[in-house]
Ligand binder design. Structure first.
Ligand SMILES: *Cc1c(COP(=O)(O)O)cnc(C)c1O
Length: 352
């Protein structure tokens, strides 16, 4: 029956999921595993967030509010007066945006190496994916290269700070790209709260910028699947026409609205990450500078797979970067975890 499956899914392997802690623990006979493979926040949600989610669950017999108003109002209080769209994770927002603007067969531009889902979602939609490699040693974006590739594209993706390389892109470079751009730029800001960059002012000057954000990283709600984007006003009604109805569920929306009010926790998370990130970069040979809650490390002459296996045997789960096209086979990506996890990792990598 496989002949029924579309060719693109027969050929590609799809999204790469990190190994589960329980499997690694079982394989190696260890009980505590440091989960440093998915850039999550190691700190569970607050009691208030949990209570808001539980309260919404009591009314789960009803469909959610179709525009997720509780969450959107919380976004306005947090960010000010912008236009927002929401989705089931930023992944859901990305998928809907592609559906809104790209016809099958049209080009979608991606600055690589980067987060794989842009390419997967574009391909699944029948679009043509055009990769623009970051050719510089520091993985910075060459705006001329990027702009040239965008010439005939409706939509382009730029991740800042970039996953997995960790570096962000200066505001001026993004502005330069936007100047000559006919299509839309989706700026993925999943990790922006760990950087010193704020791209929101660009929304005021550019009608073709969408900034994607997520509640999965600094806001610690990866399991609830909440994402959103700043959009230009003209786009909002069309996005909503293309969207899956009720994609953002009522429990997640209620919990996320409360998480947005917890400025103190966000500040603590940021400080924790910055402190450990500095240590990782100083103490680990091969660590690249990072503006995110993870660090990419060159483990040559070892291969990434050897390093991942070695660390897993010591109870530390990190991400091999071999699945990112163009990066080669000697990079790993490690998330900043809690104090114990980070200490365990530092000790293990020192012996590698
Ligand atoms: C984690 C991540 C997201 C996805 O976030 P969700 O809201 O959990 O779907 C998007 N972009 C990048 C670069 C990420 O690393």
């Amino acid at each position: 029956m496989q002949r029924l499956v579309r060719a693109c899914f027969l050929e590609s392997s799809g999204y790469y999921f990190a190994k589960k802690a329980a499997d690694v623990a079982r394989e190696h006979g260890i009980d505590r595993v440091a989960l440093l493979a998915s850039n999550e926040n190691p700190r569970p949600p607050s009691q208030n967030v949990i209570e808001a989610g539980c309260a919404a669950l009591r009314e789960a017999n009803r469909y959610p509010d179709e525009r997720a108003s509780v969450f959107v109002e919380a976004l306005r209080r947090y960010h000010g007066d912008y236009r927002f769209v929401t989705g089931a994770g930023m992944d859901g927002v990305i998928e809907t945006l592609i559906r809104t603007v790209v016809e099958p067969g049209e080009a979608v531009v991606v600055s690589t190496p980067t987060f794989s889902f842009y390419g997967i979602a574009a391909m699944a939609h029948g679009a043509r994916v055009v990769s623009v490699p970051r050719r510089r040693e520091d993985f910075s974006v060459d705006p001329a290269d990027f702009s040239r590739a965008c010439k005939d594209a409706k939509l382009a993706f730029l991740c800042a700070p970039n996953n997995p390389t960790g570096n962000t892109t200066p505001l001026e470079t993004v502005a330069e790209i936007l100047e000559g751009l006919e299509g839309l730029l989706f700026l993925d800001n999943a990790y922006v709260e760990f950087s010193d960059m704020d791209y929101r002012p660009l929304m005021r000057r550019h009608e073709n910028l969408v900034i994607g954000r997520t509640m999965s990283k600094i806001f610690a709600l990866a399991g609830l699947r909440v994402g959103y984007a700043f959009v230009p006003g003209w786009l909002e009604p069309f996005y909503n026409r293309a969207a899956t109805p009720f994609a953002l569920n009522s429990v997640s929306a209620a919990a996320a609205a409360v998480a947005l009010t917890e400025e103190e926790r966000v500040r603590e998370t940021r400080e924790h990450v910055l402190r450990w990130r500095r240590r990782f970069i100083e103490e680990i040979p091969g660590a690249h500078p990072s503006d995110a809650n993870f660090v990419m490390i060159d483990v040559a002459p070892r291969t990434a797979d050897e390093a991942v296996e070695y660390l897993a045997a010591r109870g530390v789960l990190v991400r091999s970067c071999t699945s990112f096209p163009g990066l080669g086979d000697h990079y790993i990506r490690v998330s900043i975890g809690d104090d114990l996890e980070n200490a365990l990792f530092l000790e293990a990598i020192r012996d590698l």
